[in-house]
Design a protein around this ligand. Structure first.
Ligand code: AP5
Ligand code: MG
Ligand code: ZN
Length: 221
């Protein structure tokens, strides 16, 4: 099963993608996480991406497309993958279509998480993640079970994203509106778009996604 998640910053793409990956044994592919890893490693790609990410803009398409082309060939993608953060504009969507047809892959569904902009600020302001394993939390909505300790790996060290400040978040929202939102009609025309109400709590959103995937599996056999 190959899935695309769309949604504005803070909509819950990463949260739901991690959950699906565990449940269905498919690979979660977050281009944001991949870029942050490059920045951390201070690689050439990281050096190129850092300023662009801090400005809330998009990293060049050519770089992102080749990153994805390489990533989907990895072993863990054999049962399928979830794209979280790619494609982010029409050029990337067209490049992805081409990649799917060249590699004989099927795009099963595009899930768009719909959340009003007013609800996104608290989600982003409250977000933090484990410095060891990357597990994502929220100080308002999704705290670790034991305060100060990661549920997944037990680490006590947490980090905040550099682009989760007010100014960058406003720029990220604008980039979403101008460049990524046009992908909704694009995928609607291809009859693979499902809108998910992303304002409910994390488990309810997960349930709605599970129902859509069940329907898709029955339809597509
Ligand atoms: P990326 O890392 O993809 O950031 P984003 O799109 O802004 O999305 P976020 O990761 O902020 O939000 P999310 O939807 O994953 O929400 P999450 O699940 O964490 O990209 C970063 C940057 O990299 C871009 O700005 C760009 O510069 C670059 N980039 C990446 N891909 C690119 C591409 N393809 N092309 C070019 N450039 C690219 O949830 C948010 C918080 O809310 C968490 O704390 C979570 O616990 C909580 N939460 C989740 N769901 C709920 C809920 N239902 N109720 C309450 N709280 C919730
Ligand atoms: Mg994310
Ligand atoms: Zn951890």
């Amino acid at each position: 099963m190959n899935i695309i998640f769309l949604g504005p910053p803070g909509a819950g793409k990463g949260t739901q993608s991690q959950r699906l990956a565990k449940k269905y044994g498919i690979a979660p592919i977050s281009t944001g996480d991949m870029l942050r890893a490059e920045v951390k490693a201070n690689s050439e790609i990281g050096k190129q991406a850092q300023e662009i990410m801090n400005a809330g803009q998009l990293v060049p398409d050519s770089l992102m497309v080749s990153m994805i082309q390489k990533r989907v060939k990895a072993d863990d993608c054999k049962n399928g993958f979830i794209l979280d953060g790619f494609p982010r504009n029409l050029e990337q969507a067209k490049a992805l279509d081409k990649m799917f047809s060249e590699q004989n892959l099927t795009l099963n569904v595009v899930l768009s998480l719909k959340v009003d902009e007013s609800a996104l600020a608290d989600r982003i302001a409250g977000r933090f993640s484990c410095a060891q394993c990357g597990a994502s939390y929220n100080k308002y909505f999704n705290k670790p079970k034991h305060e100060g300790e990661c549920d997944s790996c037990g680490s006590h060290e947490f980090i905040h994203r550099k682009d989760d400040n007010r100014e960058t978040v406003l720029a990220r929202l604008e980039t979403y509106r101008n460049q990524t939102a046009p992908l909704l009609p694009y995928y609607e025309k291809k009859n693979c778009l499902f809108i998910i109400d992303g304002t409910k709590d994390i488990n309810e959103v997960g349930q709605e996604i599970d129902e859509v995937l069940k329907k898709i599996r029955i339809q597509q056999g």
